[in-house]
Design a protein around this ligand. Structure first.
Ligand code: ARG
Length: 458
C-alpha cells in the first residue's frame, strides 16, 4: 500500500510505479539520507517535537539500517519509489510506529535537497584531492624538464621556443583555477536546506541551525522556497567539472599529437597504452583519447541539467528528479579520468632530442633574429620585414637561420655580425625570456614554487 493510499481510490499503475521511481539510481544517497534523518530526529527530540526516547529509538534504528545497507543486507524496492521512502519504510518495519514520527516537520523536498548537497560536497572534496595529485605530477615533470627545449605553437605552427617545464606549468595553472573554482562552489553550496519542508517550512519549533551544524554545513539556507527549488549548486559543480575536463581534454589532445610518429616528443608507458588487434606495430594513446571523449559526456550532463531546470516554476517539480543521474555520471567520469590521466602523465618518457630537433627547424628563432636587429637600434617593424626576407631566402635554399652564411645575413642588413649565431641559439632564445611568466628556467622555477606553495596550503 502506498503512503498516500488514503487519498486515492486506485492502486498506482505498474508502469507509473516504475516510471516514477528513482531508487535504481538514488540508492547511492543512502549514507547522506540516513545522516540527514539522524540529524533531523535528534533535533525533533531536542526541541520536544517528538519524545527524546522516540528520537533515540529512531536514531538507533537508522544506525542499524546503515550498517546493514553497508553489509549488503537491505534490499530496496521500486514500490517505495526512492531512497527516502525506502529508508523510512525499512525503519518503520524495524521499530514500528515510532518510525512513523520521523517525517514530522520534513518533506522529501528538503530531504532530497540536503542529501544531494551532502553527496556533492563529499565528492567535490574527493575530486579536489585528485586534481591536487595531478598538480604534484606536473610539478615533478616540470622540475625534470626546465631545460628541455621544445617549440611552442600558435595555429599548430612552430612559433617560439619554450620548454616542456613551461608547458607543464601552463596546465598546472589551469588546474589551480579548477581547484579554486571547485572550492568556491563548495563554499556556496555549504548551506543546509533541511527544515525548509515542502516549501514553506512548518509550524513546529524546528531548529534549522542545529541540523545545519550537525550535518557539517556552515549555516542553514536563507529562504525555504529557494532551498527546495535550487539546483545551482549542482549546476556550478557541473560547470566546474566541464571546465576541468576541457583542460584535461586539451592536454590529452597534445599528448596524442606528441606521441604520434610525426612528433615523437613523448612516449607513453606500455602500461598506459594499448595495441591494435590487427596492426602489430601500433601503440595507441587510448587513455588520452578516452579522456578527450569523456569530456563530451560531462558537458552533456551540464546541458542536461541546465535544460531540465530552465522552465521550472517554484518550488519542487518532479522534473528535478532528473538532476541526479547527470551529476552522478559526471562524478563517476571525472573520478575515473583523473587518476588514470595522472598515472599516464607520471609514467611517460620525454624525448628531449626530438623536441630539440623540432625546435631547431621551422624558424622558431625568427622573432629573436628580429629582436637582435632591434637591440642594434632598428625599429621592430623594419627588423621584422628584414627577417621575413631572410626566412624567404632560407626556404629557397634549404637553410635555416642558424646555418645561413653571414654574407647572406649582411646582404639584407649591415647590422648583422658574427654574434648573430649566438643570439639565435635555442638556449639563448629560451634563457633570454626571463620575463615574469616566461619560459627561462628561473622564471619557470618561480612558477613551480608558486604551485608548490598552493599545494602546501591545502
Ligand atoms: N525522488 C525525488 C527526487 O529525487 C524526491 C523528492 C520527491 N518529492 C516530491 N514532492 N515528489 O527528486
Amino acid at each position: 500500500m502506498k503512503l498516500w493510499a488514503g487519498r486515492f481510490q486506485k492502486e498506482t499503475d505498474t508502469l507509473v510505479n516504475d516510471f516514477n521511481s528513482s531508487i535504481t539510481f538514488d540508492a547511492r544517497l543512502y549514507r547522506e539520507d540516513i545522516a540527514g534523518s539522524i540529524a533531523h530526529a535528534a533535533m525533533l527530540g531536542k526541541q520536544g517535537i517528538i519524545e527524546p526516547h522516540e528520537a533515540e529509538k529512531i536514531i538507533e534504528g537508522l544506525q542499524a539500517i546503515l550498517a546493514d545497507v553497508e553489509a549488503g543486507q537491505v534490499e530496496f524496492s521500486l514500490d517505495n519509489e526512492d531512497i527516502h521512502m525506502n529508508i523510512e519504510a525499512e525503519l518503520t518495519s524495524r521499530i514500528g510506529d515510532t518510525g512513523k514520527r520521523l517525517h514530522t516537520a520534513r518533506s522529501r523536498n528538503d530531504q532530497v535537497a540536503v542529501d544531494f548537497r551532502l553527496y556533492v560536497k563529499k565528492e567535490i572534496s574527493k575530486i579536489i584531492g585528485m586534481v591536487l595529485n595531478l598538480e604534484g605530477v606536473l610539478v615533478k615533470k616540470a622540475e625534470e624538464t626546465l631545460d628541455a627545449v621544445m617549440p611552442g605553437y600558435t595555429h599548430l605552427q612552430r612559433a617560439q621556443p619554450t620548454t616542456l617545464a613551461h608547458y607543464m606549468m601552463a596546465y598546472a595553472n589551469m588546474l589551480r583555477r579548477d581547484v579554486t573554482r571547485l572550492e568556491d562552489c563548495l563554499e556556496r553550496m555549504d548551506e543546509c536546506p533541511l527544515g525548509a519542508g515542502a516549501l514553506a517550512t512548518s509550524t513546529y519549533p524546528v531548529d534549522r541551525f542545529q541540523t545545519a551544524q550537525a550535518l557539517g554545513f556552515r549555516k542553514p539556507t536563507e529562504n525555504s522556497l529557494d532551498s527546495v527549488s535550487d539546483r545551482d549548486f549542482a549546476l556550478e559543480f557541473l560547470s566546474a567539472c566541464s571546465i576541468l575536463m576541457m583542460h584535461l581534454s586539451r592536454f590529452s589532445e597534445e599528448l596524442i599529437l606528441w606521441c604520434s610518429w610525426e612528433f615523437k616528443f613523448v612516449e607513453l608507458d606500455d602500461a598506459y597504452s594499448t595495441g591494435s588487434s590487427i596492426m602489430p606495430q601500433k601503440k595507441n594513446p587510448d587513455v588520452a583519447e578516452l579522456v578527450r571523449g569523456k569530456t563530451g559526456r560531462v558537458y552533456g550532463s551540464l546541458i542536461t541539467l541546465l535544460t531540465v531546470m530552465k522552465g521550472l516554476p517554484l518550488a519542487y517539480n518532479k522534473d528535478m528528479q532528473e538532476d541526479k543521474e547527470p551529476v552522478f555520471d559526471a562524478i563517476d567520469t571525472v573520478e575515473m579520468c583523473l587518476p588514470v590521466f595522472t598515472a599516464m602523465l607520471d609514467t611517460l618518457t620525454v624525448r628531449r632530442d626530438n623536441m630539440r630537433r623540432a625546435a631547431s627547424g621551422g624558424f622558431i628563432n625568427a622573432t629573436d633574429c628580429a629582436d637582435y636587429l632591434v637591440k642594434k637600434g632598428l625599429p621592430f617593424r623594419e627588423a621584422y620585414m628584414i627577417v621575413g626576407r631572410l626566412v624567404h631566402m632560407c626556404l629557397r635554399t634549404g637553410e635555416t637561420l642558424d646555418t645561413l652564411p653571414l654574407k647572406d645575413f649582411r646582404s639584407v642588413s649591415a647590422l648583422f655580425d658574427a654574434d648573430v649565431y649566438q643570439a639565435l641559439e635555442l638556449k639563448t632564445c629560451v634563457g633570454g625570456r626571463k620575463v615574469y611568466g616566461g619560459p627561462a628556467p628561473d622564471a619557470v622555477q618561480a612558477q613551480i614554487d608558486h604551485i608548490k606553495d598552493f599545494l602546501k596550503e591545502r
